[in-house]
Ligand binder design. Sequence first.
Ligand SMILES: [Zn+2]
Length: 191
Amino acid sequence: MKSHSMQISFRCTAKTDPDEFRTISVAWPNFELSCDCDGFNGVICSHIDATLVAGERAMVPEEDWDLADQAMVSVQDLILVPPDWRGAWRQDLVWRGFTSVRRGPRRIVGEDGKPVVCFTGAMPRPRKSLIAEAEAAGWDAVDNPHSKLDVLVAADPNGKSAKLAFARKNGIPVLTFSEWGSLTIDGEIVQ
Ligand SMILES: [Zn+2]
């Protein structure tokens, strides 16, 4: 058997400065995962959690999306997130690509310029009432994700459904039901 050595590196935007990047690398045949940020503890950091565990892409420059996807496939189920890990990055909706507050070409185009939300999976409460509440709060709720979607609210954000895959592929933040409950229309999660 020949052993294949391989390394995949991709960039991830720094949370503190959108013009700065951290570099995440996965090396084989001995599984070695690293990020060059200060927060990397040898196992995980926000950048790795967001891009390789949660599969989010808004913080990865588009030219690096293929590399990030390859890296994610290669580390599937190998990243053991410590139980005491606090994924504080989940609250940083701007970093996660919440479109209505992001500067750049992708702006909200929902009905009447409203931010757009979609729900997926079995929610704790009936979908109909969630949609009614979202609309009352100023959101446009849609049944299927499209590229201008602002947030996808998922029963299981780490699931593998087509809606989740679409959101990841298009850099749309995926929120848990509880995150959705504390999300303001400006894209801030208020604790
Ligand atoms: Zn990092």
